[in-house]
Each structure stands twice: as structure tokens, then as C-alpha cells.
Design a protein around this ligand. Structure first.
Ligand SMILES: N[C@@H](CCC(=O)N[C@@H](CS)C(=O)NCC(=O)O)C(=O)O
Length: 220
């Protein structure tokens, strides 16, 4: 087994794969590939030019969800993260997709991109767009996710799954962008986020990410 993840630590999708690997206690190497200006050879791993990609020996594939499902199928003796039966697996996939496709455009591509990525590149932060994201767009999604979680500790079943990791990955980018989940309004979601954030898998990555974000703010 020789696993290599291609990508950059601040990407929520790269982080999801790294957390999945860590929770499964699988060793891997990280090869830094930025989302833009990638070397030509990277297109062989992902013709769309997006991060992450994964190599397992000679086998390669792209897309964080596909990669995590591959890890689940390839290492069945490791901690399951996709649920324990058909119904749970479907729920996990739905909620993972929800975070990746509904939260990511807001938490990552609006709040994080505007506040963290744009300034060091000499581009202005569109604070009007960020405020619209925070006040008009995100609350509906948090309300749905909060209702879905209810009084449970995790989104699906009674243990951590990719649904929780995908959600936390978006919350981390939002937090890098200077915004917190409102714990008064969505106490159960905020508690879930803190629960996931406290895991050794997340704690192993966060300080490095926070350092990078602070450095980028210094350059802005
Ligand atoms: N559905 C993909 C999304 C990956 C993605 O959008 N990655 C961003 C970085 S966070 C990227 O590579 N953007 C560059 C681009 O779209 O050209 C996944 O889950 O891997």
C-alpha cells in the first residue's frame, strides 16, 4: 500500500480525504498541488484540474467523495465512515453531497475565498457578497441540517461518518474566514462541529492550517 494525496491543505475537499485517511489510520504522503497553475502532468490524475486526487500504487482517481468511497471499499477492515447498512449509506452520501454542493459554494467559495484567498492575491474582498451569504443564504441550510441532526450526536447512526466530516470541513473554511456557526441559533450543529473538531484527526491538521491562514493575512 502506498497512498499519495494530491492537493492543498486549505481545500475542504482535500481536508475531507485527509480526515478520512486519518480516521481509518491509513498512512499517506501529501503532495502539494494548488487549485490553480497546476503542472501539466496533474491533468492525468484529474482532467478537470481540481484537487484532490489520490494515487494508491499505480491506481489513481479524483474527487473527494469518490476517493473516500474507494478507501471505504478498499480497506473494509478499517473504521467504517459510510454507515453500516443501505439506509445509513444513502443518508451519509446525501449529507456529504449536501455539504459539498450546498455549503461549499457559501462557506468556502464565498466567505473563505473572499476573506482569505483574495486579499493576498491583490483582489478586493467582496464583503457585500459575504454578508449576503451569511445573512440570506446560509441560515436556510443550517436550519435544515439542525433539524436533520435533532438530538443525535452524529448525523447518521451513533458514530462519526463522512456526513459529519464533510460538514466540519465546510465549517473550518468558514472559521478560517472569520465566521462561527451561531451556537445560540443552532446549538446542536455547533456542538457537533466542536465534537468533530476535537478529534485527534482534525487537531493534527488545524494548527498548520491556522498558521498558513495567519501568514496569508499578513501578506494581504
Ligand atoms: N467535487 C470535487 C470538488 C473539488 C474542488 O472544487 N476543488 C477546488 C479547490 S477547493 C479546486 O480544485 N478548484 C479549482 C478549479 O475548479 O479549477 C471534490 O469533491 O473533490
Amino acid at each position: 500500500m502506498s497512498l499519495t494525496v494530491y492537493g492543498a491543505p486549505l481545500s475542504p475537499f482535500v481536508r475531507k480525504v485527509r480526515l478520512c485517511l486519518a480516521e481509518k489510520d491509513l498512512d499517506y504522503a501529501l503532495e502539494i498541488i494548488l487549485p490553480f497553475g497546476q503542472p501539466a502532468w496533474y491533468r492525468e490524475l484529474n482532467p478537470l484540474g481540481r484537487i484532490p486526487a489520490l494515487k494508491d500504487g499505480d491506481f489513481s482517481l479524483a474527487d473527494s467523495s469518490v476517493i473516500c468511497q474507494y478507501l471505504e471499499d478498499s480497506y473494509p477492515e478499517r473504521k467504517p465512515l459510510l454507515g453500516r447498512n443501505a439506509e445509513q449509506r444513502a443518508r451519509v452520501r446525501w449529507l456529504e453531497k449536501y455539504s459539498d454542493y450546498e455549503l461549499a459554494p457559501l462557506c468556502t467559495f464565498s466567505v473563505f475565498r473572499n476573506r482569505v484567498l483574495k486579499p493576498p492575491m491583490g483582489q478586493p474582498c467582496d464583503e457585500t457578497a459575504v454578508q449576503a451569504t451569511l445573512t440570506d443564504k446560509l441560515p436556510t441550510h443550517f436550519a435544515y441540517l439542525s433539524q436533520t441532526l435533532g438530538t443525535a450526536e452524529y448525523f447518521v447512526g451513533d458514530s462519526l461518518t463522512l456526513a459529519d466530516l464533510a460538514f466540519a470541513c465546510q465549517m473550518i473554511n468558514m472559521e478560517h474566514g472569520g465566521e462561527q456557526l451561531d451556537a445560540q441559533r443552532w446549538p446542536n450543529l455547533a456542538a457537533l462541529y466542536q465534537r468533530v473538531k476535537a478529534r485527534p484527526s482534525v487537531q493534527a491538521l488545524l494548527p498548520g492550517e491556522q498558521k498558513t491562514v495567519a501568514k496569508m493575512a499578513g501578506k494581504a
